[in-house]
Design a binder for this molecule. Structure first.
Ligand code: DQA
Length: 154
C-alpha cells in the first residue's frame, strides 16, 4: 500500500504538555494515532517521525524523495516547528525532492502570533499549507494531500 509520511519538527514531542493554551492537550502519540486512522481511511499506510534536529529532518526528506521515486512514499505532511521561520536548508531539501508533495501544517495560527512567526521559509516549497486548526489540522492536511495525490495521478 502507498505510504504517507508524517514529519514533526522541534518541540512537537512535547505536545500535550507544551503551552496547552496554544497547542492543546492532545499528545504527539494521539496525533500520530489519529493520522494513522485518517491515512488508512484514505487508502494509505502512515509512517511517523519526529526530531528536534534539523539535519535529521533533512535526511528524512531526502529519504522520502528517494522512496517517492521508487513508488513507496506518496507524500508528506510536515510541521517544521520553529525551523519554519529559520531554515533555508529545509526549504532547499523540500525543493530538492520535487515533485514529492509536502503539505506544511501549523497547529496555531502563526499569523496571529509574534512577527517572527509570520515568515515561513518552507511555504514557497510546499504543495499546500494548513494553519490554525489545532491538531485537527493534521487530519485536514492528510485529506488535502490525498486529493493532491489523486489529482496528480489523473
Ligand atoms: C508551530 C508554530 C511555530 O511557530 C512554533 O515554533 C512551533 C509550532 C505550530 O504548529 O503552530 O513549534 O509550528
Amino acid at each position: 500500500m502507498p505510504t504517507l509520511l508524517l514529519l514533526n519538527g522541534p518541540n512537537l514531542n512535547l505536545l500535550g504538555t507544551r503551552e496547552p493554551g496554544l497547542y492543546g492537550s492532545t499528545t504527539l502519540a494521539d496525533v500520530e494515532a489519529q493520522c494513522r486512522a485518517d491515512a488508512q481511511r484514505l487508502g494509505f499506510e502512515l509512517e511517523a517521525f519526529q526530531s528536534n534536529h534539523e539535519g535529521a529532518l533533512i535526511d528524512k526528506i531526502h529519504e522520502a524523495g528517494r522512496r517517492h521515486k521508487a513508488g513507496e512514499i506518496a507524500g508528506v505532511v510536515f510541521n517544521p516547528g520553529a525551523f519554519t521561520h529559520t531554515s533555508v536548508a529545509i526549504f532547499d531539501a523540500i525543493s530538492g525532492v520535487k515533485p514529492l508533495p509536502v503539505i506544511e501544517i501549523h497547529i496555531s495560527n502563526v499569523h496571529a502570533r509574534e512577527a517572527f512567526r509570520h515568515h515561513s521559509y518552507v511555504s514557497p516549497a510546499a504543495a499546500g499549507i494548513v494553519i490554525g486548526f489545532g491538531t485537527e489540522g493534521y487530519s485536514l492536511a492528510l485529506e488535502g494531500l490525498a486529493r493532491k495525490i489523486a489529482a496528480a495521478a489523473r
